[in-house]
Design a binder for this molecule. Structure first.
Ligand code: ADP
Ligand code: MG
Ligand code: ZN
Length: 481
């Protein structure tokens, strides 16, 4: 019996603001525990939240990048539950009226491209963090659980998809694209290890043609690999249960990467067990359409638009274009090199191959490379205009990719440039002919295969720098005389 997999993702992205969502505390990651806290984010009674403007601007950026409908009025709600990392006893979130709904993104899949609908994007504050192992130097007993509230009140957006995804691969592609968009728009740093991007996967299976099955929700997946493995395990587990005549209970599960399995955390028969209610301390969030337009005007060109442009304007292959557009920094680097060299296809090759290789080898970001686009463009122009050979270009590249500097001045000070001056090449060719009388006689007697020998001698004479076309032409002239 063929089974179909149905997946919907809820993705939490930490917004890149300097201060928290409702207070002035810093959002810096990795600070000493409980050093960025105040009465608001500690949940003291009577402390009042004040919304950070930047939070709204960043949420709007992602909403626009995913083509959502923006709601000029949205509401904050309290999501109530007890947990030791949540001193207020509720998170401020959005429930009935979120800031944005009904968008979508396209992802690559087996059939080509597929569009995935985004149900909603809403604002939410983060909770604190429990440390189940006391940090080094702590006086707490080794089996104590400690609470760090630096993360309490850090702004998030939650991006909820429709159950449109049909396999682990599609779910991973979707999360990859979301992360790419979040990073392109500077909404989120995308750092999954630090928890800037976390994902809950809702998973169910059904027999082909049936209505949606009961789902389980695997919480807090913080890597692409874990997302893929959790889905694969969960699908097999559910199919086995159903084929055994049992039923799936709607529940929250956790993925244990050590054994590659999910296990039940708590059951959640009722969808809305949080008892949401409107947040009485905050007014409805009202946005002007001016603000929306202002935010829209500061959005960068998005990855898919860039891919299309590279294919159309530069005739670059789709797969190369995808690589070049994969991050905004790389795309900007490429575009600057392409336009200032005037040779976009050569620029694409150098950036796609050499620049990426150097950055990977040195484990640094494109922005940290000493070699900036104007200098790479200079190198490309010198190649295209025949001033240097391909071999010299590689040598010069190796040097400037380590220490920066101008390729032209390196070529000039070291005398690495190609010789294209015919009078210099002619003089060298004459020396070659004078020194190889025997071969010249044979050549003139009809052994024209010796031509390559003369070319080789001429290159030796000019230390490989004679421009090939000029050298060939002059040698023929002199030999055929
Ligand atoms: P809740 O808010 O209680 O988690 P929602 O109904 O808002 O539940 O759905 C949350 C996520 O679960 C959404 O991404 C949605 O696409 C997904 N989802 C809903 N029903 C199913 C299902 N039967 N199988 C897989 N995913 C589902
Ligand atoms: Mg959920
Ligand atoms: Zn605070």
């Amino acid at each position: 019996m063929p089974w179909e997999t149905v997946i919907g993702l809820e993705v939490h992205a930490r917004l890149q603001t300097r201060s928290k969502m409702f207070c002035g505390c810093s959002t810096t990651f990795g600070a000493p525990p409980n050093s960025h806290v105040c009465p608001v984010c500690l949940g003291y009674p009577g402390a009042l939240p004040v919304l950070n403007r930047q939070v709204v601007a960043l949420a709007l950026r992602m909403a626009l990048a995913t083509e959502c409908v923006i709601h000029l009025e949205s509401l904050f709600a309290r999501k109530n539950y007890f947990y030791p990392d949540l001193p207020k006893g509720y998170q401020i979130s959005q429930f009935e009226k979120p800031i944005a709904t009904g968008g979508g993104i396209s992802i690559p899949n087996a059939a080509g491209v597929k569009s995935v609908t985004i149900r909603r994007i809403h604002l939410e504050e983060d909770a604190g963090k429990l440390l189940h192992q006391p940090p080094e130097g702590s006086e707490a007993p080794h089996d104590a659980t400690l609470i760090d509230l630096n993360r309490s009140g850090v702004p998030l957006i939650e991006i909820v998809s429709e159950p449109d995804l049909e396999s682990a691969e599609e779910a991973v592609s979707y999360l990859t694209r979301l992360r790419q968009l979040l990073m392109y728009t500077d909404v989120c740093d995308g750092n999954m290890e630090e928890g800037s991007l976390r994902c809950d996967a809702n998973i169910s299976v059904r027999r082909r043609g049936e209505t949606l099955g009961t789902r389980s929700e695997v919480k807090n997946l913080n890597s692409f690999r874990f997302l893929g493995r959790a889905i694969e395990f969960e699908v097999q587990r559910q199919i086995a249960l159903l084929e055994n005549g049992e039923r799936i209970v709607q529940e929250t599960r956790l993925f244990d990467p050590a054994i590659g399995e999910t296990r039940a955390m708590r059951s959640k028969e009722e969808a809305h067990d949080y008892r949401y209610f409107p947040e009485p301390d905050l007014l409805p969030l009202r946005i002007t359409s001016d603000l929306v337009e202002q935010v829209r005007s500061t959005l960068p060109l998005l990855p898919q638009e860039r891919v299309a442009r590279y294919e159309r304007e530069y005739s670059i292959s789709r797969s190369d274009a995808e690589v070049l557009a994969s991050s905004r920094r790389l795309a900007d680097y490429f575009e600057e090199t392409a336009s200032s060299s005037g040779h976009p296809r050569t620029a694409a090759n150098w950036v796609r191959n050499e620049i990426l290789r150097v950055a990977n080898e040195r484990k640094i970001g494109i922005e940290e490379l000493e070699l900036r686009p104007p200098m790479l463009a200079e190198l490309i122009r010198m190649i295209e205009e025949g001033e240097i050979s391909g071999k010299v270009a590689k040598e010069v590249f190796d040097e400037i990719s380590r220490s920066g500097g101008s390729p032209r001045s390196i070529v000039e000070t070291r005398g690495l440039g190609q010789i294209s001056d015919p009078s210099i090449i002619r003089a060298a060719a004459e020396r070659v002919i004078a020194a190889n009388g025997e071969q010249v006689a044979q050549y003139r007697a009809g052994k024209t295969t010796l031509f390559g020998f003369f070319v080789g001698q001429l290159m030796k004479e000019t230390r490989g720098k004679a421009k090939a076309e000029v050298a060939n032409q002059l040698l023929r002239e002199l030999l055929d005389r």
